[in-house]
Design a protein around this ligand. Structure first.
Ligand code: ATP
Ligand code: MG
Length: 231
C-alpha cells in the first residue's frame, strides 16, 4: 500500500507545488492521476520513490520514503519519468534496461532474461546495442518503460507514458499495462487511456487534491473538469 499523509512540497524557488495531499493507493489498483499542466502530477509522482522529499509522510508497504530506505523503496517502486532523457543514461539500451535488475543483485543470466523480456514487451526486441540518443522520441519512451519493467517492481509509476507514441504503439502499451499484475499509478492527459485502464482517477488542481473517485464519474463530469482547467 502507498500512504501519503499531509504532503506539502515547495520547489527551491519557493513555489508551492503540493499542498496537503492525503491519499491511499491499495495493492493491485490501477490509478490515473490527471490535472492541467502545472497541477503537480509529476511533482507528486517524484515523491513516491524519493526523488523529491516534502514535508508530511509517504510510506510504501509501511516503509517511509526517506534517504535511509531509498534502495529498498526504489526496488519496490519503478518510476518512468516524463522525459526519457532523465531515464536513459547508459551507452546502450541494453545497459539501461539491465541497470535496475543488476542493482537489485540478480545474477547475470536472470538479468539478461529480464532485459530480453522487457524489450520484447515494449516491442524493442533487438535494440540492446542501440545508443539511447539515436532513438526516436517514441522509441525512447518505450525504452524508458522497459528500464522499469525489467525490475518487476510492486508499483509502477508512469509519467505520461503514451505522450509521443504513435497510435499502434499507444494501443500496444495500454494492452501491456492492462495485463500487468502490478499496482499502477499513471499521470496522463490521455483521458481515453485513463478510462480504459483505471477504475480510479485522482484529480489535482494547483497542487491540491480536487477529486478522487470512479474514473467514469470524474471523467464524465464536465463541470468538474471545467472547474479544474481540464475542459
Ligand atoms: N524544478 C522546478 N522548479 C520550480 N518550479 C517547478 C519545477 N518543476 C515544476 N515546477 C512548478 O511546480 C508546479 C507543478 O509542476 P509539475 O511538473 O508537477 O506539473 P504537472 O502536473 O506534471 O504538469 P504537466 O502536465 O505539464 O506535466 C508548476 O507550477 C511548475 O511550474
Ligand atoms: Mg508532468
Amino acid at each position: 500500500m502507498i500512504e501519503i499523509t499531509n504532503l506539502n512540497y515547495n520547489y527551491p524557488d519557493g513555489r508551492p507545488a503540493l499542498e496537503g495531499i492525503n491519499l491511499c493507493i491499495n495493492p493491485g489498483e490501477k490509478v490515473a492521476l490527471v490535472g492541467a499542466n502545472g497541477a503537480g502530477k509529476s511533482t507528486l509522482l517524484l515523491h513516491l520513490n524519493g526523488v523529491l522529499q516534502g514535508t508530511g509522510r509517504v510510506c510504501v508497504n509501511g516503509l517511509e520514503v526517506n534517504k535511509k530506505n531509498l534502495a529498498k523503496i526504489r526496488s519496490l517502486v519503478g518510476m518512468v519519468f516524463q522525459n526519457p532523457d532523465d531515464q536513459l543514461f547508459s551507452l546502450t539500451i541494453g545497459e539501461d534496461v539491465a541497470f535496475g535488475p543488476t542493482y537489485q543483485g540478480l545474477d547475470a543470466q536472470t538479468v539478461a532474461d529480464k532485459v530480453k523480456t522487457a524489450l520484447e514487451d515494449v516491442h524493442l526486441a533487438g535494440f540492446e546495442d542501440r545508443h539511447p540518443f539515436h532513438l526516436s522520441g517514441g522509441e525512447k519512451k518505450r525504452a524508458s518503460i522497459a528500464t522499469v519493467l525489467s525490475m518487476s517492481p510492486d508499483y509502477l509509476v508512469l509519467d505520461e507514458p503514451t505522450a509521443g507514441l504513435d497510435p499502434k504503439s499507444r494501443r500496444e502499451l495500454i494492452a501491456l499495462l492492462k495485463n500487468l499484475p502490478q499496482t499502477l499509478i499513471i499521470a496522463t492527459h490521455d483521458m481515453q487511456m485513463a478510462l480504459e485502464l483505471s477504475d480510479r482517477v485522482i484529480l489535482l488542481h494547483h497542487g491540491k487534491l480536487a477529486a478522487d473517485g470512479s474514473s467514469r464519474e470524474i471523467l464524465s463530469n464536465d463541470s468538474l473538469l471545467q472547474q479544474n482547467d481540464l475542459a
